[in-house]
Every structure is written in structure tokens, then in C-alpha cells.
Ligand binder design. Structure first.
Ligand SMILES: NC(=O)c1ccc[n+]([C@@H]2O[C@H](COP(=O)([O-])OP(=O)(O)OC[C@H]3O[C@@H](n4cnc5c(N)ncnc54)[C@H](O)[C@@H]3O)[C@@H](O)[C@H]2O)c1
Length: 286
């Protein structure tokens, strides 16, 4: 994507973290913004600070785990701006917890937001972009956790590996269909955002305050681990520039932490050598 001025960006999870800084960087480049988030109050704050710069911005409070709410937000964007040029599937959550301990509702929640929400937007936006007959761009925010495996957060890995695979496979089908749509998948390492506040964004349909799991030591430990890794991550200030530069350079994989590249290489080597994951290797690394 080379031109940003007057193009329409539709971005989910725009009220905090990556979504907020990418939205603001889009405004600086003269884009029109359609911002979506479940946290209405924080979304309003972001929109207010952006609209001071004269940018055209609309906000839509939606739970992106619900297809009907996603569809409605996309319809409202097209009614307002006429089209969508850049779709950024950014809304997401992180949950720590071992495979056999994490409640099924949490598995469903994370797979719904980190994977199905990306499916819902793309199912609706790809036909729209094809019909517009203008160049379209889609960026799915996955994670380095979609390229590497580590202990302690299998649900997050499952969702992010799925997001990477979804993006790669869709890119093939768009090419074969002759669509003028470029795809990108962002795979950051830890960055200082609000990601460890995932519990603040738990939708009602995934609540069960009676379940003793949420008072357990295991749950509390997971919260602490999430807080530790996110607050000790890289500062967020360079992330938006990295994203826009990668869009300009048409980089498919947007990587923010080159220090993880050898681990990606190790995993690929392990696969072709038929090797099993070895926790002792990880003990020395994370
Ligand atoms: N921060 C990191 O270290 C890191 C690393 C790799 C990948 N990521 C990914 O980046 C993306 C953004 O995360 P972040 O770090 O900026 O976290 P964040 O918590 O700061 O932002 C996530 C945003 O998504 C919104 N959201 C949550 N549930 C929602 C729902 N059901 N419907 C609509 N909006 C919802 C939140 O309100 C929030 O504004 C996520 O997909 C995350 O997995 C983050």
C-alpha cells in the first residue's frame, strides 16, 4: 500500500495499545478512520484526540466475537465513507493457562476473538473490496506466538497459529482469484500495551463468576505472568511506524522483534527433523 491520504482504514481494537497508535498514525497520514472496540469510553477518548487534528473519524462500539455486530460496523463504515481500503484486524486477547486447566469458555472466547473475528471481517470486506475495483489491503494482527511455540499459553498459540495460517491461505486464494488485495500478517513479540488487562474486556457471554477457576491460584499466576511479560516488553512508540513502513514496502510478515528470528529458524529445523518440543530448551530461553 503506497497511498494513505483520504483512504479509509477500518480497525478493530482501536481503543488501546496497537490499535490506538496505528489509528493515530493513520490520521497523521490523512486517512479516514472507522474505529471499532468493545470499550466505548476509551474509544471515545481516542476518537476525540484524533478528531482535533481535523481527521474524519467514526466510532462503533462492537463486540467483534459477534458476527452481526461486525457486519453492522462494516455497513456503517461503507454508508459513511463509501468504501474500505485498509482493514486492520487487531482486536485480540491473551490468556495464559495450561491446556487441561483453562475453562472451555476461555478457549471459546480466545478462539472467537483472535480467529473468528478476523474471519467475520474478511468474509464481509473481501467481496466489498473486490466490488470497489480499487486496491485493497488487509492486515491481520497475529503474534510471534503464531510462529513459535512456548509453554504456558496453548490457547494463545492455537489462536495465533490459526491467524497466521488463515492469512497465508487467504493470500493464495486472493492471488488465484486475481483480486487486487494485498495481505499482511503482523507477528510482534512482547510490547507494552494494555494486553494484560484482557479480563476488563470479557464479554457477558464468556462470564461465569461462579466458576472457582477465576479465584484459583493457577488463574492468578496466569494474570501475573501476562502482566510481567507485557510490562517488560518493548515500548510501543516505534510500532506504528514499523507497520506503515511494512505496508509501504509490501512486507507480508511484519516482524517487530528480530531477536526471535533464530527461534523461528530452530522451530522449522525441528519440524523437518521430526523433533518433539523440548521444554528444557525453553527453560533456558523463557
Ligand atoms: N502487546 C503485545 O505484546 C502483543 C504481542 C503480539 C501480538 N499482540 C496482539 O496485538 C493485538 C492488540 O493487542 P494489544 O497488545 O494492543 O492489547 P490491548 O489490550 O491494549 O488492545 C486490545 C484492544 O482490543 C479490544 N477488544 C478486546 N475484546 C474485544 C471485543 N470482543 N470486541 C472488540 N474489541 C475488543 C480492547 O478493548 C482493546 O482496545 C492483539 O491481537 C494481540 O494479541 C500483542
Amino acid at each position: 500500500m503506497q497511498e494513505f491520504k483520504n483512504k479509509v482504514m477500518f480497525i478493530t481494537g482501536a481503543a488501546h495499545g496497537f490499535g490506538e497508535v496505528i489509528a493515530k498514525a493513520g490520521a497523521q497520514r490523512g486517512m479516514k478512520l472507522a474505529l471499532v472496540d468493545i470499550d466505548g469510553a476509551a474509544l471515545q477518548n481516542v476518537a476525540q484526540s484524533i478528531s482535533k487534528t481535523g481527521t474524519s473519524v467514526i466510532t462503533m462500539v462492537a463486540d467483534v466475537t459477534k458476527e452481526a455486530e461486525v457486519d453492522e460496523a462494516i455497513d456503517q463504515t461503507v454508508e459513511t465513507f463509501g468504501q474500505i481500503d485498509l482493514l486492520i484486524n487487531n482486536a485480540g486477547i491473551a490468556l495464559a493457562g495450561r491446556m487441561w486447566e483453562l475453562p472451555t469458555r476461555d478457549w471459546e472466547w480466545i478462539l472467537h476473538i483472535n480467529v473468528m473475528a478476523q474471519v467475520y471481517t474478511m468474509k464481509k470486506v473481501i467481496p466489498l473490496m473486490m466490488a470497489q475495483k480499487t486496491h485493497g489491503t488487509i492486515l491481520n494482527v497475529a503474534s510471534i506466538a503464531g510462529l513459535l511455540d512456548t509453554p504456558g499459553m496453548p490457547a494463545y498459540h492455537a489462536s495465533k497459529f490459526a491467524s497466521v495460517g488463515l492469512t497465508e491461505a487467504t493470500a493464495y486464494d486472493l492471488q488465484r482469484a486475481g483480486a487486487d488485495i494485498e495481505m499482511h500478517v503482523m507477528c510482534p513479540g512482547f510490547v507494552q500495551t494494555d494486553l494484560y488487562h484482557t479480563e476488563n474486556h470479557r464479554p457477558d457471554q464468556y462470564q461465569d463468576k461462579q466458576d472457582p477457576y477465576y479465584q484459583s491460584e493457577v488463574f492468578e499466576k496466569g494474570q501475573q505472568v501476562a502482566k510481567y511479560v507485557i510490562t517488560n516488553g518493548k515500548p510501543i512508540d516505534t510500532i506504528a511506524d514499523t507497520v506503515f513502513k511494512a505496508l509501504e514496502d509490501n512486507e507480508f510478515y511484519i516482524l517487530t522483534h528480530p531477536e526471535f528470528n533464530p527461534l523461528i529458524q530452530d522451530r522449522v529445523n525441528r519440524i523437518v527433523n521430526h523433533g518433539a518440543p523440548d521444554v528444557h530448551v525453553m527453560d533456558g530461553l523463557m
